[in-house]
Ligand binder design. Structure first.
Ligand SMILES: [Mn+2]
Length: 337
């Protein structure tokens, strides 16, 4: 349930409604939407009549939400969220491109690619130091030394860092180095991790589980928001279908659907969605045309010798060419890159 206050409601009115709801055993979450105060109510709503609150001073209406998630929902917040961090923002007119290798492998590999993607117009450097891999025998990432290399690349290029955190215990360590914490597709249902990143003050890039519905995806986002962190970006990264030619199937429907259902920025990962470098450009172009607020693209200085995901990594010149195409599409849809 939500309580929407009138435009003229005072802080005292809001406080009174909050206290009244809490006395009924409900948890409250107050936010502003288009200048209106909205109070979200959770907890034992069963048996609580909306009249208990609808008659209070300053209350415009008490409404039940149609959707199971609330803080994430566009019913709850109609204004689109713009997530600011370190001088950049995501969710506004500018489309943010995050690019870099699947895994951090060495200082020279990371730096070379960082400089190349920066020159081509990327604003964030991606790179995994902790890698959840399908096989326990595959390269698992460099760990903390990889995070240090990412921080060094930030110092040298000014690119901000987006990197994955795999467990709740790793959160403080990754926070020391990263500007954006990524939750990978395999961890979208790791509720203790979602709760933990809900308590940090860094933006979260939440990837959709490869076998998760949009509803399940948004319930995971809700975990993060309900623990206090509103700075969540939703990342469509391809889902598993009957098709085997591509690694996954890019759910382009999800871009529009997520923007309709939520107020959060939507990012597309065309690299994992397709699994093939030759298809990354067309999927990226489609994502920008569909309204994505950002892209996260795997780029490697030598894809043939990459330690992970070389097949889907663009080389530096392919990435530069793609950025040129994306700039033209962005203009056509009223955006910039
Ligand atoms: Mn990868």
């Amino acid at each position: 349930m939500i309580v929407v206050m009138t435009a003229g409601a005072t802080q005292d009115d809001t406080q009174y409604v909050v206290a009244r709801a809490q006395s009924l055993g409900l948890r409250t979450h107050v936010s502003l939407d288009n200048g209106r105060t909205v109070i979200s109510l959770t907890g034992g709503l069963r048996g609580i009549e909306s009249d208990a609150l609808s008659g209070l001073r300053g209350v415009e209406r008490v409404a039940s939400l149609r959707l199971p998630y609330r803080l994430t929902s566009s019913e709850y917040k109609s204004e689109r969220s713009i997530i600011p961090f370190n001088g950049l923002s995501i969710g506004g007119d500018e489309i943010m491109v995050m690019a870099g290798p699947c895994s951090v492998e060495s200082q020279s590999q990371l730096l070379e690619t960082a400089v190349a993607v920066k020159n081509a117009g990327a604003k964030l450097l991606r790179g995994g130091a902790f890698k959840p891999r399908t096989s326990p025998y595959s390269f698992q990432g460099m760990g903390e030394p990889g995070l240090k290399l990412l921080a060094e690349a930030r110092e040298q290029t000014g690119l901000l860092i987006v990197t994955e955190v795999m467990s709740p215990e790793q959160v403080p360590l990754v926070c020391e180095y990263a500007d954006v914490l990524q939750i990978g597709t395999r961890n979208m249902l790791n509720y203790s991790l979602l709760q933990e990143v809900g308590r940090v003050d860094k933006p979260i890039l939440l990837k959709r589980g490869m076998m998760s519905t949009i509803n399940e995806f948004l319930m995971s986002a809700e975990y993060i928001l309900s623990h206090g962190n509103n700075h969540v970006m939703l990342c469509e990264r391809g889902i598993r279908t009957f098709e085997t030619y591509t690694r996954n199937t890019l759910d382009i429907n999800a871009v529009g659907a997520l923007k309709e259902l939520t107020h959060l920025p939507v990012i597309v990962d065309p690299s994992h969605a397709t699994g093939k470098a030759s298809l990354v450009a067309s999927a990226s172009r489609a994502a920008v045309a569909a309204g994505a607020d950002g892209l996260i693209i795997e780029v490697h200085n030598d894809p043939d010798h990459a330690w992970s995901d070389g097949d889907q990594s663009l080389n530096h010149s392919e990435f530069e060419a793609l950025m040129g195409q994306l700039k033209a599409i962005a203009v056509a849809v009223g955006r910039t890159i």
